[in-house]
Design a protein around this ligand. Structure first.
Ligand SMILES: C[S@@+](CC[C@H](N)C(=O)[O-])C[C@H]1O[C@@H](n2cnc3c(N)ncnc32)[C@H](O)[C@@H]1O
Length: 239
């Protein structure tokens, strides 16, 4: 039996092909064959050998779990993981060269790891529900050509999945220099039934205690404006 298969689904008005796990039982079997050992060091983990969902607390005890999508040169994850040694930081970067560049910045910490992986597909699999405290999505590729809009992954559906994965009171921060992408994401969130409290504004890294990342500096030189959307998961009233 094949573990993965792909389907064509409708995202907005476009048809998109997505790859998904066909059988979790079978996947678990495949992963067991890798003899995954939780005693491995964070830096040695192979994303394909991790059991899904991964028990991150078994890998390293932590207070808060922080995820970065598209870590680029790794400035954000390196800065935060140094400042917050009690928290665990997991970054995803699709380009090997950037993943390695980011990992070099993490050589002095043991609470952070960047995986070379397609973040939007793997996050629903690798994290259990209500486990992610913070998600950072800084300057994601805007897919600015109209014919490429269908590739934009920050959809209503994806924000609903992220909501499920986020702890009560947890948050995501989305930042872009691309006005049209800001409008697109705002519209997606408006139709998202999941309980996010939204705050928006002009993005300044220092107001969030964040470093200036490679792309922030690059676009700043070109005089671009930056907008952010901060979503906070509404606290459940059940005591
Ligand atoms: C414009 S850069 C921003 C990098 C960094 N966040 C910054 O502020 O400098 C976008 C990054 O996201 C990565 N990326 C794009 N799609 C991705 C995906 N689906 N999963 C993981 N990384 C992705 C790209 O390779 C690129 O490094």
């Amino acid at each position: 039996m094949k573990t993965f298969s792909s389907v064509t689904v409708k995202k907005h008005k476009y048809l998109v092909k997505i790859r998904f796990v066909r059988s979790y039982n079978h996947l678990r079997g495949v992963l067991r064959r890798f003899k995954f050992n939780y005693n491995h060091k964070l830096a040695k983990l192979d994303i394909h050998a991790l059991p899904y969902p991964t028990d991150w607390q078994k890998l390293r005890r932590y207070k808060r779990l922080v995820v970065e999508i598209g870590s680029g040169h790794g400035e954000l994850i390196a800065d935060l993981s140094q400042k917050r040694p009690d928290d665990l930081f997991i970054g995803f970067e699709i380009i090997s060269k950037f993943m390695r560049m980011g990992m070099r910045r993490l050589s002095s910490v043991d609470n952070a790891r960047i995986f070379k992986a397609e973040a939007y597909g793997i996050i629903p699999l690798i994290f259990a529900d209500e486990t992610i405290d913070e998600t950072y999505i800084l300057f994601p590729d805007p897919w600015h050509k109209r014919r490429h809009h269908k590739r934009r992954p920050l959809t209503t559906e994806w924000f609903s999945i992220l909501h499920k994965k986020t702890t009560s009171g947890g948050s995501f921060l989305f930042v872009t220099d691309w006005e049209d992408y800001y409008d697109f994401v705002s519209a997606q969130l408006e139709t998202c039934d999941a309980g996010w409290d939204i705050k928006t504004g002009e993005y300044k890294p220092e107001s969030f205690g964040l470093p200036q990342t490679h792309y922030y500096k690059k676009w700043l030189k070109l005089g671009r404006n930056f907008r952010y959307i901060l979503g906070r998961k509404r606290q459940s009233n059940i005591s």
